[in-house]
Design a protein. Structure first.
Length: 181
């Protein structure tokens, strides 16, 4: 994430609220368990900015959770990263005229060839997107295409917060839309 310079008070408040929500998620028993087939998504919408964060077990995206050592596994990681680095492949907002301004895909230790792997190793992929929108008040919903493209993901637990509302839902292949209204 890029450093924030000349930050306005609403942006600071947004950052603090999002940090609190993310911290609660990280320390909640319901969310801290590493479960294959289950992803976590947090969305914070404030003023004209949106922060989107996914946390997904590597196994649910790659089909394995060990360090990629073979050419085939390394190619899978590269393909995954390229695909996830394009937010339009993963999430689309209905309304608000939003454009992606920053993307980060953290592959964890999946490419660490020197990693001595204990039996209980769990690698997670973290994905962060930032969007700038003309008017976030016009955003009605978001469609998440992650399940459509990664069949090992069975559901995505979503927590979202806006300047005046918050909610949660569980997305499945039959229902991949988040309603912010």
């Amino acid at each position: 994430m890029k450093p924030i310079i000349n930050t306005s008070i609403p942006t600071i408040i947004f950052t603090v609220i999002f940090s609190i929500v993310t911290s609660v998620i990280a320390h909640s028993d319901e969310y801290s368990t590493h479960n294959h087939g289950k992803a976590e998504l947090t969305i914070a919408i404030e003023q004209n900015e949106i922060a989107v964060n996914f946390r997904i077990p590597a196994e649910s995206l790659l089909g394995f959770e060990h360090s990629a050592k073979t050419k085939r596994d390394i190619a899978k990681v590269s393909t995954m990263k390229n695909y996830l680095s394009q937010p339009k492949n993963i999430i689309r907002f209905d309304g608000g005229d939003c454009k992606s301004i920053d993307t980060m895909v953290d592959r964890g230790n999946v490419l660490n060839k020197s990693l001595k792997e204990p039996v209980s190793l769990h690698i997670e992929i973290l994905i962060n997107y930032q969007f700038s929108c003309r008017n976030t008040e016009e955003i009605i919903s978001a469609s998440v295409m992650l399940i459509d493209n990664y069949s090992l993901i069975k559901n995505i637990h979503v927590l979202w917060v806006t300047s005046n509302k918050q909610g949660s839902s569980i997305l499945r292949s039959s229902d991949t839309e988040i309603n912010f209204q």
